[in-house]
Design a protein around this ligand. Structure first.
Ligand SMILES: [Zn+2]
Length: 234
């Protein structure tokens, strides 16, 4: 039975109840979950499920598996889940900061992202620069922080595949690479700045991120430059 992914429509949902649909060793599958599974560069949530600590969350096919510290509840049991909100909200701020960074770098230099990864309040992203522009770190930090302070709305939309594929902003972020089997595409729109097909959890407006600090820029080879940031309170 597929797991309904509650976080896709409501990133602010932190408590929920669901029914155990399967167990596998110390892992539990639910009919619905608010726990984000590792993917898209965003690490999994932690928290508690049926009072047991949630150690890991993974999505396999349509099913989300929660690894618990303790014996799993039986199949069919109604259980309460509680997401560790400090960690999740830090990840939401960090994920949104990275999308703002992508938008700023595209608008200013026309350069696309090649990869990235995040932890709560710290992240790295790689871009196709060669070489990095003079004074890049300081410039990007200032541009990103002014976009964050501008309190741009962030909207989550679910678009039919054909509509998404016809959108120029989504094409540049490689929406065409999403498999044909996906008929409805979730879009994270930082209104007026950046629009991407994305499955992650984001804050409601950019000022909720706070501000960023560029920690380091480095070369990872020809046409691949890395930027490391931290996310700080505004
Ligand atoms: Zn993303």
């Amino acid at each position: 039975m597929p797991t309904e992914l509650l976080y896709l429509r409501d990133a602010y949902l932190r408590s929920f109840t669901a029914s155990v649909s399967a167990i596998d060793g110390d892992r539990v599958a639910l009919d619905a979950t608010a726990f984000y599974p590792t993917g898209g560069g965003q690490p999994h949530d932690t928290g508690t499920l049926a009072g047991r600590p949630v150690l890991d969350v993974r999505k396999e096919g349509d099913v989300v598996w929660h690894a618990l510290d303790g014996a799993p509840p039986e199949v069919g049991t109604e259980v309460a889940g509680e997401v560790d909100w400090d960690r999740r909200h830090a990840l939401m701020r960090t994920h949104t900061a990275l999308h703002v960074l992508c938008g700023v770098i595209w608008n200013e230099w026309g350069t696309a992202v090649t990869g990235g990864n995040m932890e709560p309040l710290a992240a790295r992203m790689d871009f196709e620069f060669d070489p990095l522009p003079e004074g890049f770190g300081a410039t990007v930090e200032q541009l990103v922080n002014s976009e964050l302070a501008a309190a741009r709305d962030i909207r989550i939309e679910f678009l039919p595949r054909d509509t998404a594929l016809a959108d120029a902003d989504l094409i540049r972020t490689k929406v065409n690479l999403i498999p044909d089997t996906v008929k409805e595409i979730r879009v994270v729109d930082i209104v007026g700045l950046d629009k991407q097909a994305d499955g992650g959890t984001h804050v409601r407006a950019t000022d909720e991120v706070g501000r960023i600090k560029v920690i380091k820029t480095e070369s990872k080879g020809k046409g691949n430059k890395r930027i490391r940031i931290e996310v700080l309170d505004g």
